[in-house]
Design a binder for this molecule. Structure first.
Ligand SMILES: Cc1ncc(COP(=O)(O)O)c(C=O)c1O
Length: 415
């Protein structure tokens, strides 16, 4: 056995992820290659089309005809990709987009890096230093956990609590009261359930114990926003989970992702000028890693402009289409994990065997979903995760429901 095979085999024996690899190999939708895209329909082979309910392009900006305009002009001005790391130089476009983002979310400034993952692995270790303490929400995104492990490697203390278990969190905060570096780490919108973080409660605790809340709002940015009401339950402007709750940023570091709602490879942290200057020197992706492409900043800039013009319309469509999907699935008798109406909708299946069979059925019926097997989720929580976008049509949701009706009939017959 050569060294490479040995490394792979040893990992396969040791890590539960081997289960995921084996499972995906038996699935028809394994590593789909899109041959052609028409709206939310994808041609995946010679003549098989699937409707995409796995995309997180929530506002449909990836397909918006207006997206072309100006993007080209910016690429002509700045090229497609600057190869400086950001500490050396940044095209002026960065400054423009950072200002626009800050004005939208209401922070003093923002700092752009290519992805939320890079922000987490740069910012969290920078803040924790040699002995800070992290309070990680166990339902928070895996990439935040990876960042926490890096921080732990330099001496940081990693503790965790179950989502919404504020009693447990408070006990931990009391235990580490004297530590001057305390960071509570949560998702703004949870990536499997579409739940919103209970920010008012967290802020109360953070203020009481002088902690900071680091919010990964990869999903929420662009979708949820200020002043939610019965007409617009997602709120207005899409300016993120902090504005949704009408809370100030005093104890908060807000991280927004642009690769989902804004269909652009970029992410940003909203913070004070003082914090930005600190991060520029302490967060390694700022001074040692590549920046995000100017082409992506140009699409983000255009997206922000489109958001100003017709964002509410897009979010209203998104809300309506998601509601139709959730209600239809519940009427079919499925357990659907979604309390908020956010366009992440997980349909409970409950075991790996049924998950694979029904994923294959859905694929044959022309439906693409994200499959969430164990150990990605807890045993018994296996589900199909659907994401809706404002570019999905009512007819596509009807097709989705027809396909899930067949799945339900199959599962009922089996049990
Ligand atoms: C909650 C959450 N955080 C972070 C990420 C990673 O984002 P990025 O691709 O920008 O690194 C994801 C990706 O899906 C996510 O769902």
């Amino acid at each position: 056995m050569d060294a490479i095979t040995k490394i792979i085999n040893t990992n396969l024996q040791e890590n539960r992820r081997a289960l995921i690899r084996d499972m995906f190999k038996t699935m028809k939708q394994y590593n789909v290659i899109a041959q052609e895209i028409k709206g939310r329909k994808i041609r995946v082979s010679e003549n098989h089309w699937v409707i995409d309910f796995a995309s997180c392009n929530y506002l449909g900006l990836d397909l918006d005809p207006e997206m072309d305009i100006d993007v080209h002009e910016n690429i002509e001005k700045w090229g497609v990709h600057p190869s400086w790391c950001r500490l050396v130089a940044s095209p002026k476009l960065y400054e423009e987009v950072e200002k626009k983002l800050a004005s939208l979310i209401g922070t003093e400034t923002t700092l752009i890096l290519p992805t939320v993952t890079l922000i987490s692995i740069g910012v969290i270790p920078a803040l924790i230093g040699k002995s800070g303490v992290m309070f990680l929400d166990k339902s928070g995104h895996e990439t935040m956990y990876e960042a926490a492990k890096i921080a732990r490697d330099s001496g940081g203390i990693l503790t965790s609590f179950e989502q919404d278990d504020f009693e447990a969190l408070e006990k931990l905060l009391i235990e580490h009261k004297e530590n001057p570096r305390k960071i509570i780490m949560v998702d703004g919108v949870y990536s499997m359930t579409g739940d919103y973080v209970n920010l008012p409660k967290l802020v109360e605790l953070a203020k009481k114990y002088e902690a900071i809340i680091y919010i990964d709002d990869a999903h929420g940015f662009g979708v949820v926003g200020e002043n939610p009401d019965h007409k617009m339950p997602l709120g207005y402007k899409g300016n993120g989970i902090v504005k949704y709750y009408d809370i100030d940023y005093k104890n908060i570091l807000y991280v927004g992702g642009c690769s989902k709602a804004y269909s652009s490879l970029a992410a940003f942290i909203g913070c004070s000028n003082e914090m930005k200057t600190f991060l520029e020197a302490f967060a390694t992706p700022y001074d040692l890693s590549g920046p995000c492409p100017t082409a992506s900043l140009a699409t983000l800039l255009k997206g922000l402009e489109i958001n100003e013009k017709k964002g509410e319309l897009m979010r209203k469509q998104l809300w309506d289409i998601t509601k139709k999907g959730i209600e239809g699935l519940r009427n079919l008798g499925f357990t659907v994990f979604n309390k908020t109406g956010f366009p992440i909708v997980s349909v409970h299946i409950g075991n790996t065997e049924d998950l694979i069979t029904t994923a294959n059925m859905l694929f044959d019926e022309g439906i693409l979903v994200t499959v969430a097997p164990f150990p990605m989720v807890k045993k018994g929580d296996e589900c199909h995760r659907l994401t809706f976008t404002s570019a999905n049509t009512e007819e596509e949701v009807d097709n989705l429901l027809k396909a899930f009706k067949k799945v339900k009939e199959y599962l009922d017959k089996k049990s």
